[in-house]
Unconditional design. Structure first.
Length: 351
């Protein structure tokens, strides 16, 4: 009987100790989560991103375009330019530029002041019209600035638009007479260059699309932001181009901080693979991000960074609105806890 009593006592003590250990583990987990949340809330932003156009395809006036700047500089770069002046107008209505302290040019309207004095360069991912129309339309009244793109993209712009047939040649190359407003600069794959009149650098990567597209890795000091032009998933495209970007970023993230990504999701998951035409769905994006997650050593960076979803195809069909469907599909498949934000015209995101 004494042996049994002793055994019961040991079991009770062990059970209490196990319960205490479980409580301590739970408390440690909660504290760790609180520490992460505190860290997220206290990290100062490195970039500011303003959405000038969030849709892909047919909604003229709201086509793919973003302005990005370092928070230490009031000069922006334009990441694509599907909508430009109209996007600036919507952003002004949403007070997106209120943080700028530079005295405005009194000779210009507010939209002209932003375009002439604060947009210092264009980075064009590819030559499809929904990514360049705003630049073309604004060019007669734009200020001089460089256009950065891969050589194939610049060639498309020269052959297709700046050819004195579709549009006047406002660049410094191609068909004469050259009006020399835009200095066209060819980027070399995976080579980093400084962007004139800004605090930023860019490193380009090729993406799979019917026309060659581009991912731009933008950096300021040890902070990075990545803008993806149109792209299909590697498993469909069979070229491994996204894998190249993920591996580069994972390597860089060993000593730099990835603040955010802007990437397209053009269609919902009902879209068949043979009709993607070089685009992503929520399913394919999650598969690509899962591969990226596996390559990154510091997983907290992926939890903290913001993923801006863009290029959702506008639809004329009745029924469920594409944005709502895509948002639900992303959320339901987000087992790794990515921080998704659906881009909206006029929106400001601190990164």
């Amino acid at each position: 009987m004494k042996f049994i009593s002793t055994l019961l006592l040991i079991l009770i003590v062990s059970g209490c100790q196990a319960h205490q250990n479980a409580q301590n583990h739970s408390q440690n987990q909660k504290q760790a989560q609180q520490d992460i949340q505190t860290s997220i809330s206290t990290v100062s932003p490195a970039f500011e991103l303003i959405t000038l156009g969030d849709t892909g395809g047919i909604e003229d006036g709201n086509l793919s375009s973003f302005l990005l700047r370092s928070v230490n500089d009031e000069n922006f770069i334009s990441l694509d330019a599907g909508s430009l002046v109209n996007g600036i107008n919507v952003a002004l209505q949403n007070n997106a530029f209120d943080s700028l302290t530079t005295t405005p040019d009194s000779a210009l309207n507010p939209n002209g002041n932003i375009l002439h004095h604060h947009v210092k360069a264009y980075l064009l991912s590819h030559g499809h019209l929904d990514h360049v129309a705003g630049l073309l339309i604004a060019s007669p009244d734009d200020s001089s600035k460089p256009i950065y793109a891969l050589s194939s993209v610049n060639q498309t712009m020269s052959d297709t638009y700046f050819n004195w047939q579709a549009w006047a040649n406002f660049t410094n190359r191609g068909i004469a007479p050259m009006l020399n407003k835009y200095d066209v600069i060819d980027l070399a794959l995976e080579e980093t260059v400084e962007i004139k009149d800004t605090a930023l650098t860019v490193t380009p990567f090729s993406l799979s699309h019917p026309l060659e597209s581009t991912a731009f890795v933008i950096e300021h000091n040890n902070d990075m932001f990545v803008y993806f032009g149109d792209t299909g998933p590697d498993e469909v495209e069979k070229q491994g181009k996204l894998d190249t970007v993920w591996r580069y970023l994972a390597q860089q993230m060993q000593h730099k901080t990835l603040r955010g990504i802007s990437i397209e999701v053009s269609f919902d998951n009902s879209r068949p693979d043979n009709l993607l035409f070089g685009h992503l769905t929520p399913k394919w994006l999650m598969q690509e991000l899962t591969k990226f997650h596996g390559l990154v050593e510091d997983k907290a960076q992926l939890t903290n960074m913001k993923i801006i979803i863009s290029h959702i195809k506008y639809s004329l069909k009745s029924g469920a609105e594409p944005r709502a469907v895509i948002a639900q599909e992303l959320e339901s498949d987000n087992a790794l806890g990515f921080n998704f934000i659906l881009a909206k015209q006029g929106q400001v995101v601190s990164l």
